[in-house]
Design a protein around this ligand. Sequence first.
Ligand SMILES: Cc1cc2nc3c(=O)[nH]c(=O)nc-3n(C[C@H](O)[C@H](O)[C@H](O)COP(=O)(O)OP(=O)(O)OC[C@H]3O[C@@H](n4cnc5c(N)ncnc54)[C@H](O)[C@@H]3O)c2cc1C
Length: 432
Amino acid sequence: MDFAPSPLARQLRERLLAFMDRYLLPYNAAWHAAVQAGDYPPPFLQDLKALAREEGLWNLFLPTLQRDEPGTRLNNLDYAPLAEAMGRLPWAAEVFNCHAPDTGNIELLHRFATPAQRTAWLAPLLEGRMRSAFAMSEPDVASSDPTNLQTTVRRDGDDLVISGRKWFITGAAHPHCRLLIVLCRNADADGADSHHRHSMVLVPVDAPGVQIVRNISVLHQHAPEGHCEILLQGVRVPAGHLLGDWGAGFAMAQARLGPGRVHHCMRTIGQCELALQLATERALERTAFGKPLADQANVQEWIAESRIEIDQARLLVLQAAWLLDQGASADGADARQVRAQVAAIKVVAARLQQRVVDRAMQIFGAMGLSPDTPLAALWTWGRALRLMDGPDEVHLRTVARHELAQARAGLGASAAWFTTPEQLRAPPHLSA
Ligand SMILES: Cc1cc2nc3c(=O)[nH]c(=O)nc-3n(C[C@H](O)[C@H](O)[C@H](O)COP(=O)(O)OP(=O)(O)OC[C@H]3O[C@@H](n4cnc5c(N)ncnc54)[C@H](O)[C@@H]3O)c2cc1C
């Protein structure tokens, strides 16, 4: 296994960091001011996007882009350090057209869209001319188990008709959001097994019957792009808006999440690095009881633990990125192992973010809870991460099931490690 980024990825990372220092950080206060004033997206975002594209820092995430599609075609391992760099500033990824949930939606459309769907939705997303959202979760059912979903789609002549309620749909309040990719239960699903009952439908946000009910705040923080509750009342779209096959929605939703989780986790690691950087500087500068906070043993321990945990997590995420790049047969790994590894990084990264940011907030004292540092927002995001894209417990279940399946396949292999009275009485004799 070799996790070293390619020369191109190293060069892109340096250019990306320089771009962020030169163009994005100076706009950070203006971005927050614009959002507070309800002026979202801020007018300068478009100019920054144009500049990033001009400099070749555009669609950095998708290895399978075709020749005529804009982007760098980096693999997951090479993209990972770039995602980490972008994670430091919550609005940076959009400047480079690398923001969730559009990245995951672009991957979905790239794999499954028809030529007409590519023209209508994929091309403008790759150009950064529109935004999209992925609508799976529902208020009325436990959505960590997508087989529960109740929003239905039925065929009616040449149309599909969708009814139901979704919530926490990220990106749906963005003024440029044009498309919802809606995971629905097929009205004729009875009889199909639970993993073939769902379909994905491309629903224009302005289709009659689509109502954005509210933008739900997360721990009282309002994301301007939204985590929205959406009502779908008899929404009618042409049958050509079905994405992929009828009944294949569940498998497609699974496929969407692999690289997307690596992106999320690497952005998280970037945020943890930022929290640690802020905390260490503060500890050096702030004096209490006659010495800098950095001289206190407990503060040193927090700093050391954060460094060790961040580095551990990064290695695990890079390994997952590497496995995804190698494909299912990598290093003897099968698809299930890759899935377990991707589940593991999601748990590790979300928990890491809470721990590292919490320590940083403690070092900052009251200021750490104020809006004057990024820490409170970063902690909230870490908390949310433990639920979005599936709660920790579901991912732990995936990891445990993989481990148990391996143990089941080799059942009995551990017998040699026991020292039973029988073995003690009759030790083996070496034979020539
Ligand atoms: C900020 C944010 C953004 C989001 N963005 C989106 C989005 O863009 N699109 C979208 O569709 N959804 C989105 N979600 C929703 C998210 O995907 C769901 O909240 C998540 O899948 C859990 O579903 P649920 O809330 O219905 O919890 P439930 O399914 O009701 O689960 C509740 C709890 O039950 C426990 N649990 C569940 N299953 C198991 C198990 N097998 N073993 C042990 N314990 C278990 C867990 O502790 C879990 O937290 C977002 C959520 C947040 C917070």
